[in-house]
Design a protein around this ligand. Structure first.
Ligand SMILES: Cc1ncc(COP(=O)(O)O)c(C=O)c1O
Length: 372
């Protein structure tokens, strides 16, 4: 029986091995481990790709979000609106700055934050809205930006899962005041270790972010503000530059796999992801929904097919946020989704046979269920 895993990082590495080793060697020979030329190259390449003025390389995606919020001056007494259906980092950074995360529900079809609920959650303390382009599809940015503008609050895109996703003519990372990317090894542009980047068109925000990345230093040993060490290593930037050459092709492969799944699974007992007209989805995850999620996962496992649950626990019900007072039932869509979603393999190394096997495995569970 074929085995199909959620990831094939070793297979990907085979494709890059020689070029990566050459790039790493160059950094070793230069001995410029901090702020070497590859940092600027990566910043410029990704800013240009997203269509924004500035890229600021950062130690990881979490720090990129943290640094962006610090640059926006988010702190104690502020509220930041965000979805509960996301990775922990999105909310963790808000709490770490002493601000209050205000969790709102998501749209059932797209998994992304619901703009109408965002508007209802705005108060005089709201400082920013963080939108997450979950699984690789942009949130409803026109509606969110309209709400934000009407109330004078900033919008941050958590684009960790959505590099190269488009919204109309624009790319993820260019749709709000500031955005963050992640290069965690499993991401669509996955690095060899931790990595992240801030994207913005705002000159001042870019300048402040650059200072914050380096302990808030404005000139050598002079600190206008308190920042941190949020720097990315040169070696990692050099490796990312090698991998960047294949990003478009890899995204296309993800989209081809997803198209085959959506064709084959439509009308079955699972709901394939819904793509909004304005969007192109980059399928960081291909996430289906079914009321039989847990037994489907067991069945897939028995067929040699990997799968993952992103995310099994909503953030508003995490123990660390219990003091915020959210109760079970307060965000019903999120609370239903955490029981129904299942991500199946969609990575760029899948063969046509792999995709067919995954699909057949999902559909064979359907039959088993109908018969019982
Ligand atoms: C939606 C989202 N936000 C933030 C992050 C944090 O990125 P990192 O793991 O690079 O810190 C991730 C990835 O892990 C993510 O998926």
């Amino acid at each position: 029986m074929p085995k199909v895993n959620m990831l094939d990082l070793s297979g990907e590495y085979e494709l890059f091995r020689d070029k990566v080793r050459t790039a790493v060697d160059e950094v070793l020979e230069s001995q410029q481990f901090i702020n070497g030329p590859a940092i600027k190259q990566l910043e410029e390449a990704l800013a240009q790709r997203a269509g924004v003025a500035h890229g600021i390389a950062i130690s990881n995606g979490t720090d990129a979000l943290l640094c962006a919020l610090m640059a926006l001056d988010v702190g104690a007494g502020d509220e930041v609106i965000l979805p509960s259906f996301t990775f922990f980092a999105t909310a963790g950074v808000v709490a770490r700055l002493g601000a209050t995360p205000v969790f709102v529900d998501v749209d059932e079809a797209t998994f992304n934050i619901d703009p109408m609920l965002v508007e209802k959650a705005i108060t005089s303390k709201t400082r920013a809205i963080i939108v997450v382009h979950l699984f690789g599809q942009c949130a409803d940015m026109d509606a969110i930006n309209r709400v934000a503008k009407a109330h004078g609050v900033k919008v941050v895109e958590d684009a960790a899962q959505a590099i190269d996703a488009t919204y109309g003519e624009k790319k993820a990372g260019s749709l709000a005041d500031v955005a963050s990317l992640s290069f965690y090894p499993t991401k669509n542009l996955g690095g060899f270790g931790e990595g992240g980047l801030i994207l913005t068109n705002d000159d001042k925000l870019a300048e402040v972010s650059r200072q914050l990345r380096n302990h808030g230093e404005s000139s050598r040993y002079h600190h206008d503000r308190v920042g941190g060490n949020f720097r990315l290593d040169t070696m990692k930037a050099a490796i990312l530059m090698v991998k960047l050459d294949s990003l478009s092709e890899f995204t296309q492969r993800r989209q081809t796999n997803a198209a085959a799944y959506s064709d084959g699974l439509s009308g079955s007992f699972v709901s394939p992801p819904v793509v909004m007209d304005k969007c192109s989805h980059v399928y960081h995850q291909y996430t289906i929904k079914t009321a039989h999620r847990d037994s489907l996962q067991k069945h897939l496992n028995s067929q040699g097919v990997g799968s993952s649950i992103y995310y099994p626990v909503p953030l508003h019900l995490q123990a660390c946020f219990s003091s915020l007072g959210y109760e079970s039932g307060s965000l019903p869509v999120t609370e239903r989704l955490v029981k129904e979603v299942l991500s199946i393999p969609c990575h760029p190394m899948l063969s046509e046979e792999d995709v067919k096997h995954v699909m057949a495995s999902v559909l064979s569970f359907d039959h088993a269920c109908v018969e019982c």
